[in-house]
Design a protein around this ligand. Structure first.
Ligand SMILES: Cc1ncc(COP(=O)(O)O)c(C=O)c1O
Length: 389
């Protein structure tokens, strides 16, 4: 495996692809380059494709469940990459992490109660709270020149004021690209412990931590919270298999786990489809070489974008510490988000996510996904340079 695998321009049009095939429906120009949804324009690991092919050729797709091989694969990756020991009984499978956000909201709060999150954050955090009839409270991240930190005093005040029972953390953080350090997680953990909170830690981006840093699961940083913790892991972002729908929710405490499972089952969600099971096993046991190469490729893409953005006057960025998403700051243009979006779509011909979708404080920011071949990225950056100073 070498980087040429990731240079290949795979045509995703007319493949029922959310990112490319719904421009008209989303009122976007036909010829814009989509850099929004957080999936990759790369083919997944050959080992996963092979495992899926073998299973599809077998031809019987009846009801399925896991034997120990699946749980071993999940525990193997968690031990190897996050340094945590997972007991197989802790693993609850869901078709995705958004399901788990919703299950946790329903299982650990009642209608009308408050759930606390940290905006700007991946928008389903808010949606799963609000759509389940709960009150969304945001402990907004504090921004300083594009770099974000947690405001723990505000967190504590809001937990008390709104009597919050559930806190949902994005670790690492989408869209601002923060890698929460062990120290930050420990300080956060102290507040959560003091207030007896149930804590969900969404760690879907853990495999995209850059530089010398290693992913830090909340489970490792704050083991004292273990009995109140729901940790969401998944091969879907890491191996570009989001369309297959597989996630593993790690819940060490039996009471919390049983309650979570009963809510998961209450909406008819039981075992996963066979392709989800097969691809998760192949990813975690055979996908490492692809994974390492993909990481290098994406990190080079981030550095390349930075080299173009840094000399620009109207756009700035802080290099993400994690994730393949770049949080571009357009505030120096002095334009409203509507005007910036219009220029991006209709002058540059690039489609990014608007910052406000992650919370009102995202005004003036746009999120760009750089998990694509370098050639696509070069095109996008030259379009940006021609449109903005
Ligand atoms: C923080 C975060 N959580 C969850 C998801 C989606 O997870 P799933 O597809 O497993 O529901 C994403 C996808 O972008 C994400 O960024």
């Amino acid at each position: 495996m070498d980087k040429s695998y990731f240079d290949v321009l795979v045509n995703r049009e007319n493949t029922m692809c959310y990112k490319y095939d719904f421009k008209e429906k989303n009122k976007k120009p036909k010829d814009c380059i989509p850099m929004w949804v957080a999936d990759m324009d790369f083919r997944t690991a050959p080992e996963i494709i092979k495992a899926l092919k073998e299973k599809s050729e077998y031809g019987i797709f009846g009801y399925s469940d896991t034997t120990g091989e699946y749980e071993e694969a999940v525990a193997y990756w968690a031990e190897r990459h996050y340094g945590i020991d997972i007991d197989s009984s802790w693993i609850v499978k869901t078709p995705g992490i958004i399901f788990a956000l919703s299950d946790a909201v329903r299982a650990f709060t009642s209608v009308g109660e408050s759930v606390i999150i940290q905006q700007p954050v991946y928008h389903p955090f808010k949606n799963m709270v609000v759509q389940n009839g709960r009150n969304m409270v945001s402990n907004d991240l504090t921004e300083n020149d594009g770099f974000y930190s947690m405001d723990l005093e505000d967190l504590e005040n809001k937990i008390e004021k709104y009597n919050c029972k559930l806190f949902m953390l994005c670790n690492p953080h989408n869209p601002v690209g923060r890698y929460w350090t062990e120290q930050e997680l420990k300080e956060l953990g102290n507040v959560l412990l003091k207030h007896n909170m149930i804590v969900l830690s969404d760690e879907i981006h853990a495999d995209f931590v850059w530089g010398q840093n290693k992913p830090i699961s909340l489970l490792k940083a704050v083991p004292e919270l273990k009995d109140r913790m729901i940790v969401c892991q998944s091969p879907s972002k890491t191996f570009n298999i989001a369309g297959i729908q597989v996630a593993n929710i790690i819940i060490p405490n039996k009471e919390i786990r049983d309650r979570f499972i009963s809510f998961k089952k209450s909406v008819g969600c039981d075992e996963l489809n066979i392709f989800a099971l097969v691809s998760c096993i192949a990813a975690y046991t055979k996908g490492e070489e692809w994974y390492n190469c993909m990481r290098e490729y994406i990190y080079d893409n981030i550095l390349y974008v930075e080299s173009i953005i840094n000399p620009m006057k109207e756009i700035s960025m802080v290099r993400p510490e994690a994730t393949y998403l770049i949080w571009l700051d357009f505030r120096k243009t002095g334009l409203s988000s509507d005007k910036i979006e219009n220029k991006l779509l209709n002058e540059a011909g690039v489609w990014f996510n608007r910052g406000e979708m992650f919370g009102a404080m995202g005004e003036g920011f746009f999120r760009m996904n750089v998990a694509c071949p370098r050639k696509t990225l070069e095109d996008v950056m030259s379009r940006l340079k021609n449109t903005f100073k």
